[in-house]
Design a protein around this ligand. Structure first.
Ligand code: URA
Length: 260
């Protein structure tokens, strides 16, 4: 059977504009399907339909998946209201497709960030039901121990919401500076999730890095640079998202120590 998709989604996927702006284009009457103006937002189209925006035929943009080693001091929004550097500035003109970040990392958080122009992929990676593990390395204030961090195993209350169980490891303790390096693996992605979780157990975060997104790390990718994911990495991520959505997989701590 022919795969039908909503017109605004197809226009956005072609890299013309965002889905919301595509809706506006449709309602203003500048979109034609097979030569006929279409103003209905619910309209479904197939790959055989000829779509024009302002008289220009659109072509499906091929999907692009990037892994960036995000540095501190840049935002993961596409445009920043304060004119700070964005991850899009780091991509510049090196990638023609209109990619955007999959989820967000704070301005002062470094590490693994995925970017794509594939909306379905992005939704799968971010959906809370998919439980993709994200591994963070946090330098926290104070001497964190198994017992001070223990509440994270079951979940802590933040803004009336109890966080999902997380896994942690104390990697090293700096007695002189009264700080601890902690690895935390979570699968939620709320605003300031890691900072709030560690603050809730009495260990405010001084420095944060996302060490891994699922099985992906930044090895071989310099800070501020990116690489394309391989086809098999994309496939494996999608497989993982499907598995994780169907059964909650336990999250495991990483073996060995890491530098930070
Ligand atoms: N949790 C945070 O607190 N900040 C991030 O950037 C990512 C996860």
């Amino acid at each position: 059977m022919e795969n039908l998709e909503r017109l605004q989604k197809v226009i956005a996927a072609a890299g013309v504009t965002s889905r919301r702006k595509a809706e506006a284009l449709i309602t203003t009457g500048v979109v034609k399907v097979n030569g006929k103006t279409v103003k209905e937002l619910g309209t479904k189209v197939s790959s055989k339909d000829k779509i024009e925006v302002n008289g220009v035929p659109i072509h499906k943009e091929s999907h692009v998946y990037l892994l960036m080693n995000k540095p501190r001091g840049c935002v993961t929004t596409v445009k920043d209201e304060f004119d700070r550097q964005t991850v899009m500035d780091l991509i510049g003109t090196k990638v023609a497709a209109r990619v955007y970040p999959v989820g967000r990392l704070d301005y002062d958080t470094a590490g693994v960030l995925l970017l794509t122009n594939d909306g379905d992929f992005a939704n799968k990676m971010m959906h809370p039901r998919t439980h993709i593990p994200k591994t963070y390395l946090a330098r926290v204030k104070g001497i964190a121990t198994k017992s001070t961090l223990k509440p994270l195993l079951k979940g802590v209350k933040i803004d009336g919401h109890v966080t999902a169980p997380a896994v942690f490891q104390v990697l090293s303790v700096d007695k002189e500076n009264q700080s601890t390096l902690v690895e935390l693996i979570i699968h939620e992605g709320r605003y300031h999730q890691v900072k709030n979780m560690l603050e809730a157990v009495g260990h405010p975060v001084k420095r944060l890095r996302r060490d891994r997104f699922a099985f992906l790390d930044v090895n071989g990718v310099a800070q501020g640079k990116f690489r394309h994911l391989t086809k098999s990495e994309v496939k494996a991520l999608l497989r993982l998202a499907d598995e994780e959505a169907s059964e909650k997989m336990p999250i495991r701590a990483t073996k060995g120590m890491r530098q930070y």
